[in-house]
Design a protein around this ligand. Structure first.
Ligand code: SF4
Length: 323
């Protein structure tokens, strides 16, 4: 299978904003500064598609008829991937809503870390690695720096204090077009004939993908949360988009469900960008949650082919690891 060829990691390092031989000092967490490492994380995430997504796009192209619109569209996407990587340029003009998950040991100040991450977003916007995407809801007024003009809602930053002696930051750049085609279902749903079971969940997912055709920049990747409340369900569905496409669901029942779903969704004929074909989705990630006995939500987040996500790991006295 022919894939696109990315620049070497050495070439990526050569453009790094982190000084050569940079090491993080986690000895005194009160003085931890994530600004530069978060900036480098944004730079890499915006221009370099994860390898598992590239492999899935290449596999999709190989499955389409030679010369078909689907094959050509996937080929153009892979060419786009190469160009963005080579020129360290955004993979798509829409650099999305910027979402972080920051995990840190006891002792770090979340207030300080938040300011550093926000500063990194402002700097990445100044350098045109991020488009200024954050506007006031009613007026559409754009402050130009990707900071929520009212409070601190953007960039979105989720914090978690954990037991491990290291810091981990996930980033996701969530495009607006694909965000528009996500959805939340409340079961039972008589219109869909969907009950409160996996069969009902399947009907919701198929409905969402059919409604998304021609929008959302397929082939898509779906994060699906079963349960939760309206907020936690959506949050979980988005978090699930961080899972690599080549990593199996640890729950065997969900793994089987996901694999069957991907196969079924790819028979819908929607194809890349809605041009028909066999490559409608690249993957589905499903997780079961708690729920209130009276509620049964299925929350679906749809990610476009330009699935920009990356993880930064910082271990004491070690170089930054970007995965
Ligand atoms: S949905 Fe994704 S690929 Fe399409 S315009 Fe938005 S960010 Fe770009």
């Amino acid at each position: 299978m022919t894939e696109c060829s990315l620049t070497s990691l050495e070439a990526v390092e050569a453009h790094s904003v982190l000084p050569k031989d940079w090491r993080v000092d986690l000895g005194d967490l009160s003085s931890l500064d994530l600004t530069l490492s978060a900036l480098e994380l944004i730079r890499r995430a915006t221009s370099r598609l994860p390898q598992d997504v590239i492999t899935a796009l290449a596999r999709g192209r190989a499955s389409e008829a030679e010369g078909s619109r689907a094959a050509n569209t996937l080929g153009t996407m892979l060419e786009n991937v190469e160009l963005a990587d080579r020129h360290v340029a955004p993979l798509c003009q829409d650099t999305g809503t910027v979402i972080f998950w920051v995990r840190h040991p006891f002792g770090a100040s979340q207030r300080a870390l938040k300011q550093q991450v926000r500063q990194a977003v402002v700097e990445a916007t100044n350098r045109s690695w991020l488009r200024p995407n954050c506007v006031a809801a009613l007026s559409g007024k754009n402050p130009g720096n990707n900071l929520d003009p009212f409070k601190e809602g953007h960039p979105v930053i989720h914090f978690e204090e954990w037991e491990r002696p290291e810091v981990e930051i996930d980033i996701m750049l969530k495009g607006g077009g694909c965000e528009n085609v996500g959805g939340q279902y409340r079961l039972p749903d008589v219109t869909l004939g969907a009950g409160r079971d996996l069969k009902g969940v399947r009907k919701c997912i198929i409905d969402a993908v059919v409604k998304a055709q021609g929008q959302g920049c397929a082939p898509g990747i779906l994060g699906v949360a079963i349960g939760g409340d309206r907020v936690t369900g959506y949050e979980k569905s988005k978090e699930l988009l961080m899972r690599r496409l080549d990593v199996a669901n640890p729950d065997p029942r969900m793994d089987e469900f996901e694999k069957a779903l991907v196969a079924d969704l790819n028979t819908l004929g929607i194809g890349p960008m809605g041009y028909s074909g066999h490559t409608t989705v690249l993957g589905v990630s499903v997780e079961e949650m708690f729920r209130h006995p009276a509620s049964f939500y299925v929350s679906i987040s749809y990610m476009c082919w330009s699935s920009r996500r990356m993880t930064l790991r910082l271990q004491n006295a070690s170089p930054a690891i970007f995965e």
